[in-house]
Design a protein around this ligand. Sequence first.
Ligand code: GLA
Length: 726
Amino acid sequence: MGIIFNQKEQVFLLNTPNTTYGIAIADDKYLLHLYYGKRLEQESVRYLLREDEPPFVPSKNLREKNSFLDCAPMEYPEAGMGDYRESAISIRSIDGYRGSELFYEGYDIEEGKPKLEGLPATWGGASDCTTLKLYCKDQLLGIKVTLLYTVFEQLDVVTRSVVVENHGEDPVYLEKVLSACIDMDDRGFEVMGLFGSWARERHIQKMPLGYGRQNISSFKGESSHQEHPFLALVTPEVTQEVGEVYAMNFVYSGNFIAQVEKNQFDSVRMTMGIHPEGFTWKLDKGERFVAPEVVMVYSSEGLGKMTRTFHNLYREHLIRSPYLHQKRPILINNWEATYFDFDEKKLLDIAKEASQLGIEMLVMDDGWFGHRSSDNSSLGDWFVNENKLKGGLHQLVENVKQTGMKFGIWFEPEMISPDSELFKKHPDWAIQIPGREITQSRAQYVLDLTRDEVIDGVYQMVSDVLHSADISYVKWDMNRQLTTIGSCKLPADRQGEIYHRYVLGMYKMQERLLQEFPNLLLENCSGGGARFDAGMLYYSPQIWCSDDTDAIERLAIQEGTALIYPVSTIGAHVSVCPNHTVGRETPFDTRGNVAMLGTFGYELDITKLSKEDKQSVCEQTKQYHKYNDLVREGDYYRLTSYRENSYYDSWMIVSKDKKKALLTYVQVKARANGKSRFVRLQGLDANKTYTIQGKEYLGSTLLYAGLRFSAEFGDYKSQMIEIEEV
Ligand code: GLA
């Protein structure tokens, strides 16, 4: 069993194969954090609490209670009582007082993992995981807080979330409810996060940890292009293979804060949860609030181990789609091919040509509905524009199917254009502050998904379209962030709930879609990859990673994304050159080799490709069928990073049984007077013999000495190398 309660010491130890997480009940009934890190085999570890050091037991040293609160390693710190570090929970009473004190009341240990109502979360049965519930209470307010910890028995993962219940007589206002907090001594940590912009998502950044607070956050209403709900503390020597990593990833798609704070005593507090900015949740008598889940991974074997732990967890215990373990159809999307300028003939021409070359599905992107011919109108009018698609959707889909291809379609269900039938009918359906101008972004407003009638109205239109033809795939887009936060229906003291209610509404819609269309392949998207997060993976097995389809730009984007998320989830396509975002020219095979680290598909007008490029498409689609089982199900190893060395990028996918591997090497820049270099491989079995391009090598040789790559003449050259056990 992964969870031990040492009654004598009043200590809980949460064990995974290689890690231990410890919590202690203090004599005063505070819950204190004891330890997180490499697995401890000893069960009596209460000495880690430093109780003999003043001011550690308030009941014995009450005059220093403030110092106790401000330096004790609190398991779930409260605001307002004396801990000046970042709090995890802040509660305002009906009288306006801000403060709470949570004291331990009891625990339960259960097999498996309870669901988090209305929220995406990892899941597992009795043989996969065990859950600890710690019950705490604030007597004065009658607030009960349950801290939930799930330990995955086979993976080095502890997940956390929190349930707050009002057992008092009066309502309270939750001003902050974070999901996880850990305190520990600083060990020279550095902070790692993912940062970016539109078309430049999730670039890895490492910064020194200084005194004070450093946070990564979004209050844009989505996880965002710019910052990402992931934070890791790493020891300075960290590489892919060595060093310690404490990582947190949020299974949530809205506002978040991930923060690390180093204080006067060189202790570090790491927190993650819903961003308190713009958040106040009224909790009436008898109501409960469930905070989304944080996944914590500790690795003492570098970043690579952390990555593979996240990948395994998400593939085995987060993504529910029936497509998870299936080869997805190779798709061709018409966005970069035509933008808004298409009709049924153009689409059919693409489908005909594509089907000849091994492509399996046509996706009709933005512009098929209402009177949309640019991004200025029609969001919300989810009915087919028959001026554009003469004969209607059903006919088009049947014609596409005649070519042997499946059909997919684009929606942006959370939005409403000011120029739309829907807005004329329901101007109050947009998120807005009455009396103020609604801030536009891409000429559109955001629908008020806090309201059931809005969800029902829009969902019905989407569902009708999906019933009207044989549609295999939906790309669900979300092309702007939230502003002018207000709902025409919520009462004044619930307006602070909009951001979170919006996310819950969006989850509800996606859940409904999956229930009604269980065979639909759903791909999420948000102006490229602004909502590529663990929350959305609960609903869709793949997410469009970035609007930037340039192979070289994609190296850093995909490296950052694959740091946490399985490569089978990364929407990646081959597009034309000069690339539409950066104007770069890259070889066609390099574009294919980079997109192969993902779902794989095309984003171009295939009718306009040269004969040679069409030939390459044929080869690539064959390669996809050859390698996708391995890429989708294997273990990902990052070998070198162009981000760090400026010249070359390389990665490997190794099958779980270590019999097969695929290595991709990209020489990003040619180097004057460059010599060949050895790249040390990872993930192979040291004792197996492998064959590469007709030569045999012992695994240990490839792991310790490496494989030689010659310096090539010219930029952007790449190779994909098959490795197989003899
Ligand atoms: C977003 C998506 C693109 C495309 C456009 C359509 O930017 O990321 O792939 O679908 O919207 O407007």
